[in-house]
Design a protein around this ligand. Structure first.
Ligand code: MSP
Length: 511
């Protein structure tokens, strides 16, 4: 029985425009981690969805000439389709316009009223509709006669209206205490420091309702106010587990969330507001927030307004989904921004997938087909060169769980692809083709070891490139129930005698 639980989420996306590479990036990170954890025998719940309320969406709908819900139905569906294209393994897709979510948000609101953390007053200050965020005066500059946020560069407007407030200032010390006790709550450390410094500089109470538009969840017993879209949106992580039904199996099993994957632009909401709301409502905060960097195109954040969007759907159609996933996960360093281009995508596909892992599989499979009638047997006697690659692999593998535990996917991939490189080198050095008539037993041993390496590499790369690695594992006749990470603790995957099935070309070299 599985007793290790893992609840992982992506941000829920604004359906205010078409999905782009940045969205795909957040989702693929979460998917890779979810798949890794499933392969490592965890019971995983993986959630994604769309964030459909607020002024930004209301405006986008009216621009499109549609009612907000009609508009959201349309775009939310496009995000669902993208998820299929991205080969996401999510267990649930939540929309904030669903009834289960309304109940959950209104209940959380009432909890905050009961705890004495909400009061009515008037908001006077800056607001960015594009970020759905309030900014302090010292976070605003004037550029070309327009006021913009120094944090995001988005246009801000002056707002004065009656508003309910959350007593965020009262949670300053408790938040700092919480960060101190939970050193890994925010990853990477640079982001953690940023958050701690921001909290230390003083928190102001947060406006959590608006009266100047209607598209949102109403404040309980007050039709005039809609709940601030970020309080609404963050609650999705609870609604999907059927909160406030605390006895519900999903909630009991999966809360607190193990990991929220988010971009650095929405860190403040997740690392400050979210734990403050939860602590105030007496709900345990999530275990960890991983804040990734931005995908840049030509050194700039990819965004609709900058017109530098690489459309993920087009790229997947041209290059393939495994290739796109691999590239995004390998190219961008842990927590940093990463510049992407078609040129480096093509280089990456050629060097890592076609010439390295793909070539390893192809050369070994076709050699065995042509010379051993698809059958290979391992014999006891091992040479030093065999032991050397076995040990090198063991050393690399020993670090992999930690790398994934730290969400360091690009280092994880580099390590695994290095095993593939070493295995190619082992075959070059051992030259099994020279042993065809002189030493068939030795040739079998070399090939068997190469297949064992291929099986390990395939299981390790499976979270990143699930389609191609499944083809290899199918061709190796590895049972589905054996495609897990128990070999990390030292076991072998393949039996002594193996029959393989034919394997077609996995990755086409781009010329
Ligand atoms: N709706 C909010 C999230 C609410 S979560 C309770 C939101 N939506 S978003 O659609 O604007 O962005 C969603 C995610 O996409 C964020 O994690 C954001 O960082 C990510 N990206 C959007 N553009 C990006 C890049 N160019 N690069 C990498 N990720 C970026 O914010």
């Amino acid at each position: 029985m599985k007793n290790k639980k893992f609840y992982i989420t992506t941000p829920i996306y604004y359906p205010s425009g078409q999905p782009h590479m940045g969205h795909a990036y957040s989702s693929i990170i979460a998917d890779v981690i979810a798949r890794f954890k499933r392969n490592d025998n965890y019971d995983v719940h993986f959630l994604t969805g769309t964030d459909e309320h607020g002024l930004k969406i209301q405006k986008a709908a009216s621009k499109a000439g549609l009612k907000p819900l009609e508009y959201c139905n349309k775009i939310s569906d496009i995000f669902r389709q993208l998820n299929v294209k991205l080969n996401l393994s999510n267990d649930d897709f939540i929309r904030t316009t669903e009834k289960r979510h309304f109940n959950s948000v209104q209940h959380l609101w009432k909890q905050l009223v009961d705890s004495g953390d909400i009061y009515l007053s008037k908001y006077k200050g800056w607001y960015s509709v594009s970020d759905e965020a309030y900014y302090n005066s010292d976070e605003i500059v004037e550029k070309n006669g327009k006021k913009i946020s120094t944090f995001s560069g988005s246009l801000v407007e002056w707002v004065e209206e009656e508003s309910f407030f959350f007593k965020l200032s009262a949670w300053e010390d408790k938040l700092l205490e919480f960060y101190e006790k939970n050193k890994k709550f925010i990853i990477p450390v640079s982001r953690r420091n940023e958050v701690i410094n921001f909290v230390k500089s003083g928190l102001k109470d947060l406006s959590i309702s608006r009266t100047s538009f209607t598209w949102g969840i109403k404040v309980p017993n007050n039709e005039k106010h809609v709940i601030y879209v970020w309080l609404d949106a963050l609650t999705n992580y609870l609604s999907a587990l059927n909160y406030p039904n605390l006895n519900n199996d999903l909630y009991k099993k999966f809360w607190p969330a193990s990991l929220h994957v988010i971009g650095k632009d929405i860190l403040r909401f997740h690392a400050i507001y979210w734990p403050a709301f939860l602590l105030a409502a007496n709900i345990e905060p999530p275990v960890k927030i991983f804040s990734h960097g931005w995908i840049l195109s030509g050194e700039e954040k990819m965004s609709k307004s900058k017109g530098n969007i690489l459309n993920p759907l087009e790229i997947i159609d041209i290059y393939g989904i495994d290739e796109t996933r691999y590239y995004l996960m390998k190219e961008v360093s842990h927590g940093s921004d990463g510049n992407i281009s078609l040129k480096s995508l093509e280089n990456c596909i050629n060097s890592d997938l076609a010439n390295n892992y793909g070539n390893l599989c192809q050369r070994v499979f076709s050699f065995i087909k042509n010379n051993c009638a698809n059958n290979v047997e391992a014999y006891k006697d091992k040479l030093d060169s065999d032991q050397k690659i076995i040990n090198e692999t063991k050393n690399i593998i020993g670090e992999l769980r930690n790398l994934m535990e730290e969400q360091n996917i690009n280092s994880y991939i580099k390590s695994v692809i290095n095993i593939s490189f070493l295995t190619n080198k082992y075959i070059n050095d051992e030259e099994p083709w020279k042993l065809k008539s002189s030493n068939v037993k030795r040739m079998n041993n070399i090939l068997h070891l190469a297949l064992e390496q291929i099986a390990k590499i395939s299981i390790l790369l499976n979270p990143i490139i699930p389609i191609s690695t499944s083809k290899v594992l199918d061709a190796l006749n590895v049972k589905k129930s054996n495609r897990n990470l128990s070999f990390l603790d030292g076991e072998n995957i393949l039996s002594e005698k193996i029959s393989i099935a034919p394997l077609n070309i996995l990755f086409k070299k781009i010329t």
